[in-house]
Design a protein around this ligand. Sequence first.
Ligand code: SF4
Length: 421
Amino acid sequence: MSNEEVLEFIKEAFEENYELMRLEGGHSITNEAKERALQQVLLYWEKLHDLAEQVTDTEITLTLPEQTTPEGRKYTIQGVVDIVQANDETTMYDVKTHDLDTVQGSIEHYEGQLNIYSYIWKNLRQQPLDSAAIIATGQTEELKQAYRTENLQVIQQAVDAWEPVVEIPIETKNVHHTIEQFGKVVDCIESNRFQAPHWEKLKQPVVARKNVPFGTHVCRNCDARFSCDAFKQYVSDKEGISNGRYVEFLDNYGDEQDRIEWIKANMEEETETDNKDENSSKHLGIAARAFATGMFARYGYDVSVRYGAESSEYDLIIAKGAKILKVAVKASQDGDWGIVPSGEEDVSFEEVFDAWLAEQDLQMVYCLVQFQDVGMDQLPGIYLASPEEVAEKLKAVGDRRMEEVPEEWRFSGERVEEMFG
Ligand code: SF4
């Protein structure tokens, strides 16, 4: 295959993979971000094609079965590596999507993992191994900044300085300790024991990134930050802000450019679909979120909109002082709110509603935006209700549909205060 054919193949494979991931994950990226990602793959090929061409065994699955955790659970360790055999030497490569800074910042974790793979390859498979390395394919901060300048010279300098291969010394004598640590993590996951570190730890820099602390580099990508006390404390301390402004930081998806791209991508995604049906449920959902956001903002609350939140339980976070309210926004133009799922045929309404209520987050409230019989030039009815109130009302109606929303639920300053409890 000529270099041009390889480049063409990479572009086609990239496009196919992107489409697959977009459909599976339900998230888009902007054309600019997509273009940059493709650039990064092509750059990786350009920079490492000598190495890539030497790979003798690609995507080798290494398995360490029948492991037992300290609490007696059975589990299997599995990893995928590439092997290069050249000049009578064998090297194992573990290709990571993480960037170089992240790898160097937590090198001990990568060493432990790669040494388990080395142990499997050498001791269990009885294969030769002379060296091992991580290939950190993620875009570094320097490369990202360089591409943003659109200056070819600056880009070339950043590319030349980029060294994505990180050698890892093979040291299998500690491998049993690492496996034990894996086992402890498995026990924690299986027993639902999760605990964020003390917030002071979030101030510690991710080593290689010097001035960028864990709380910024890692937490900003963590979905748990919305309910993480350590992150909340870290943000309050770092920014010297009052709890009332905390909500602004929940939307911290990175720097300004990252945020613009995230919002733009998801807005493009939302407006891309079904333009023909002006009253599709998707459009109603978007309109309902906008009306609800406007109402809370109008009453002086801080509002954080969860972009691309179709799959999550709630759409808005409302803040008042140290208090936070999660809000799920529902729209209807025919009495069907899509809140309570259908139950089995032989299960009573009461049982369905009780089961639904038992699974509800009672810290969350519903904002119902009623479009039924509302003209295009009129405002919809907007109501607030707790999950208990919704369940009680639907039980009383004896249906999942609710055409008449109780007047006492109507959105008002008092009603919002009531919801805060
Ligand atoms: S925000 Fe996520 S990564 Fe950060 S401390 Fe909390 S749980 Fe850990």
